[in-house]
Design a protein around this ligand. Structure first.
Ligand code: NAD
Length: 324
């Protein structure tokens, strides 16, 4: 049995990770500024508090945990990250909590710490062709992320690497590419595209239409939560510290993603592409060569399968909200 701390345990990935660690028999402390919205935490202890506050971080990291998973971040989908309105908060909150957590972790002698970076660190200039984006790990520099969220992630990656270099802190760094699944934000402005499209399809009346942002030809790939957790476990158990992509290489356009959701829902809807100020880069896909080589990992299931679980859960939430 390991003693584990999950920062961001009230969030989507953190919530699933806590459940997995508990199923495996570990002792888990979770911490988040909010409780989980969709599930009762399985953690042995759950501390509600703000990780940008050093005092709280000292209380939370009060012992040399076997593993710390640092998933807390001020984040959301394109409607949150690209408007420009949240940049100061995103950078200040996420950088502060990473500085606090990592400092305290090395002070008390945490044995291993995982940091969740993002595909958003990759340079915008390599993601202009929707059919041919470049996201190999070594293409991160010269840096030019397309959002301040991405810049903070890149700064924090470097922070974890510097602590590893100068203090011997045992770090692991992954760059997630669009992780999705049930029990994640699906409404309210912070939701990401798979959840937003599932909600729109679930809410649409038969033969109606749904809105897809931009021309819908921008491409992305999406990884189901269970696959992500398995890749994290492999990275934690390996000698390789990263940064490494954790994502899927099954790239498709946003219009095609919307069509997939409609097929799952058995709904015949039309797509209205609506202009929005920012949809992010034109193309993005995970490049899994490094993770395959270092960890022997690749996603094992098709996108459609995870999307089906996610659609069913979101359709249920839509029904529950309607009947409230
Ligand atoms: P999430 O927003 O559901 O979870 C993040 C959690 O951090 C939230 O519950 C939030 O309340 C918490 N948090 C934020 N500020 C805090 C603070 N000051 N003190 C305490 N808690 C605070 O997001 P997620 O999808 O679960 O993502 C987890 C991590 O993975 C994040 O670091 C995110 O940037 C990274 N990531 C996620 C994706 C994805 O597709 N989901 C992609 C790339 C990177």
């Amino acid at each position: 049995m390991k003693k584990v701390l999950v920062c961001g345990a009230g969030g989507f990935i953190g919530g699933h990770l806590v459940s997995k660690l508990k199923r495996e028999g570990h002792w888990v402390r979770g911490v988040d500024i909010k409780s989980h919205e969709y599930t009762t935490t399985a953690a042995d202890e759950f501390i509600l508090g703000d990780l940008t506050e050093q005092k709280l971080v000292r209380e939370v990291i009060d012992q040399p945990f076997d593993e710390v998973y640092q998933l807390a971040a001020d984040m959301g989908g394109a409607g949150y990250i690209f408007t420009g309105e949240n940049d100061a908060n995103v950078m200040h909150n996420s950088a502060s909590l990473n500085l606090n957590i990592l400092y305290q972790a090395q002070l008390v002698g945490v044995k291993k710490i995982f940091y969740s970076s993002s595909a958003c660190i990759y340079p915008a200039y390599n993601q202009e062709d929707p059919e041919n984006p470049k996201c190999a790990e070594d293409s991160a520099y010269p840096a030019m992320p397309d959002s301040d969220y991405g810049w903070e992630k890149l700064f924090s990656e470097r922070l974890y690497l510097a602590f590893n270099r100068n203090h011997g802190t045992n770090v692991r760094i992954a760059r997630f590419h669009n992780i999705f699944g049930p029990e994640g934000t699906w409404t309210g402005g912070k939701e990401k595209s798979p959840a937003a499209l599932c909600r729109k399809v679930a809410e649409a009346t038969e033969n109606g239409s749904i809105e897809v942002w931009g021309d819908g030809l921008q491409t992305r790939s999406f990884l189901y939560i269970d696959e992500c957790l398995e890749a994290i476990e492999r990275l934690m158990n390996a000698d390789f510290i990263g940064p490494v992509n954790i994502g899927s290489e099954e790239m498709l356009s946003m219009n095609d993603l919307a069509r997939k959701v409609m097929k799952i829902a058995s709904k015949n809807l039309s797509i209205k592409n609506i202009p929005v100020p920012h949809t992010g880069v034109r193309g993005r896909n995970s490049d899994n060569k490094l993770i395959q080589q270092k960890l022997g990992w690749a996603p094992s299931r098709p996108l459609e399968e995870g999307l089906t679980h996610t659609y069913r859960w979101i359709a249920q939430q839509v029904d529950l909200a309607k009947n409230k």
